[in-house]
Design a protein around this ligand. Sequence first.
Ligand code: HEC
Ligand code: HEC
Ligand code: HEC
Ligand code: HEC
Length: 162
Amino acid sequence: MKLSLLVGGLVALGITGLVIANDAPVETKPAEAAYLGADKCKMCHAKQHATWMKMKHSTAIESLSAEEQKKPECVKCHVTGFGKTGGFESMGKTPKMANVQCEACHNAGSLHMKSTAAEKKKTINGPGVDCRECHSPHVDGNRKKGAAEEKKEEAKPEEAKP
Ligand code: HEC
Ligand code: HEC
Ligand code: HEC
Ligand code: HEC
């Protein structure tokens, strides 16, 4: 009895699901913003651009060696929008997206750029920036050590891979 109820319920759910699926309009994903780079933001935010230029965020890629600049595990926190639309791919392809630029903290800005004045605040990550994506109280200060340890790891002969 309980089982048939359960089965009946599942069938009913399945049918409802189908009906909903048929009736519902084609799902449209909210348009995703693309990364643009700090030059674009400078047009309207010259003051913030000037203060950003004084911080190491604006030169963060220079802390990595040429080899490290090719490693996803290093660049992901030293560039902007790694692997995302308009974001950093490689020094060869997207040098303008190197360094920790505005959008690394404020998120992709293409919708913000295009929006009306009334929509400006809604289209960008404002003061509620989360630094912890890159900064952690438990690993900060250990970056160099981490990199050195990684090099030692690499120097070790690798286990035989199947
Ligand atoms: C065409 C001009 C323009 C450009 C270009 C522009 N912004 Fe803005 N932005 C504004 C205006 C205007 C506001 C203020 C909105 C308000 O006070 O209602 C604003 C507000 C902001 C804020 C504050 C949001 C808040 O919640 O207080 C941030 C952060 C921001 N912009 C980041 C950026 C970034 C990053 C870029 C580059 C990707 C950028 N802006 C490009 C015009 C611009
Ligand atoms: C996308 C990753 C990322 C985010 C997000 C991020 N940071 Fe950083 N931050 C870095 C890196 C990388 C450096 C080191 C730059 C260097 O020395 O090469 C750094 C350096 C710093 C420094 C030292 C800079 C200097 O000029 O001496 C401060 C302070 C700092 N971050 C604060 C913050 C705060 C506060 C936030 C959040 C509002 C934040 N960061 C968000 C990656 C990030
Ligand atoms: C390391 C993270 C980080 C980076 C990089 C960064 N911002 Fe911000 N930004 C913040 C935080 C945090 C606030 C809120 C500051 C506050 O409340 O005093 C802020 C505030 C702002 C505001 C609101 C007005 C103000 O000054 O408080 C604007 C506009 C803005 N940023 C634009 C930019 C632009 C343009 C760039 C690049 C040139 C940039 N930001 C780079 C973290 C960042
Ligand atoms: C999770 C984000 C993150 C990753 C991944 C990351 N870094 Fe960093 N890096 C930071 C932040 C944040 C800072 C600035 C604060 C600090 O010193 O911890 C920084 C600072 C640095 C600095 C300058 C400060 C110092 O320690 O002298 C170097 C060099 C550096 N990183 C190298 C590397 C290398 C090499 C890798 C890859 C093995 C790497 N980073 C991966 C976030 C990251």
